[in-house]
Design a protein around this ligand. Sequence first.
Ligand code: PMP
Length: 355
Amino acid sequence: MSRFLHTKFSSLTPYDTSGEVESMKGYIRLNTNESPFPPSPKAIAYSHEASQGLNYYSDPDCSKLAAKIAEMNGIKPSQIVFGNGSDEILSFIFMGLCENGAAFPNITYSFYKILADFHGVNFVAVPLKNFRVDPSYYRDMRKRTIFIANPNAPTGIAMSLNDIESVITSNPESLVVIDEAYVDFGASSAVSLIPKYDNLIITRTFSKSRSMAGARLGWCMTNEGIAQDIRSIKNTITPYNINAMTQAAGLGSLEDEEYTRKNIEMIRKVRDNTRTRLQEMGFTVLDSSANFLFAKHESMSGEKIFSTLKKNRIMIRHFSNPPSISDFNRITIGTAEEMQIFLEVVKGATEHETK
Ligand code: PMP
């Protein structure tokens, strides 16, 4: 820390991105829930074309993207705001729409806590019930902004639309944010509830099912009033937050739904097959509706499985906190070939293991 840093930032706890970048060349990357498939050829072509115009600032409203997403979801473009990844949208919400605090599950996307701490938002961490988000635990949230990932991460478990609606209706004074980063892999979107409730925000991303994690593109859908609030925050601090190549790539992806649909289908098939194989090897595997599995072995510790795989140049995600999930690992679904290699290494490691 230099002597110039504001003292309020003296004890930041940034998101742990270790081992997620260049140094992972040559590894099978099953640790960050990216897609193993490249972006749609149309996304690549559009983005290449857009690179010719990089001398101009990008469109601050992402008008073409907004029009397309509005059409696809039966809402107006004015109900949509884009972020540099959905992380940025989440950051805008923690920054400006959490005056009465926040609430989110005690086991969920770790960024919520990091953002809450950074923006000075007090929060309650609501326990899961048998690894599930239970709507009855969200009865009296006292105006706190509620964040729920559906499907949840790292569990992969989805919530029904009825359960989501029950959280919204029992908290009319709260804003409810449904983070649908992984929704395309098997959960029901709450987008149909937007016209019904004035306290709902849905966040989405191009990082997972659309194979564009490196492009950094996410968005939210809500009513016009809330969208305007989020847009004002964005336009105050980062009006050109989405670069022109990313906007073009996003449009290309949206114009190539068949490509995304096929990839999702493949990932779901490989996921379900991987789950069965892991269960045969003595793993407990939660019921995933996402592009990853959350699994623990009956006799080998989570840490040991993680380190054995790492030695074999396969990265998965191990969580040492909270201790209740330290025997679990989160495994992103890669290609069928990658998962075959993964399963062989796991089989060799766990075969003769007793705790
Ligand atoms: N929500 C959840 C639940 C996630 O796991 C992630 C990815 N780490 C994000 C949001 C953010 O994704 P991105 O910023 O790439 O859109």
